[in-house]
Design a protein around this ligand. Structure first.
Ligand SMILES: [Zn+2]
Length: 110
């Protein structure tokens, strides 16, 4: 899987296929292509307990933030047919390469 280019892009809506957050949907906030990972809004939220550190002006407490998930564990939700789908590619008449939904054949990219 290493080096495989992810078809998932920032601001895509995806659904989680496996793990604790299975079935959850969210927007992709960050794509980490080198690691094949994405950060999805509201998915894989971890709580970190932080100790107060007055010298660094850090308040103690619990910080919640999203941890990356493997891109193979999410699937794009098609903006056209609203179904989770695999992605194909198509080259338009003007030469642009766009992503298309394998289910409805609709163009995913604007
Ligand atoms: Zn579709």
């Amino acid at each position: 899987m290493a080096g495989l280019q992810s078809p998932i892009k920032k601001n895509d809506n995806v659904v989680v296929l496996a793990g604790r957050d299975r079935g959850k949907k969210g927007r992709v906030l960050v794509v980490e292509p080198a690691k094949n990972r994405v950060i999805v809004e509201g998915v894989n939220v971890i709580k970190r307990h932080t100790k107060p550190n007055p010298q660094k002006q850090v308040k103690g407490g619990i910080v919640e933030r999203e941890a990356p998930v493997y891109v193979s564990k999410v699937q794009l939700v098609c903006p056209q047919c609203s179904a989770p789908t695999r992605i194909g590619h198509q080259i338009l008449e003007d030469g642009r390469k766009v992503r298309v939904c394998r289910k409805c054949k609709g163009v995913v990219d604007k």
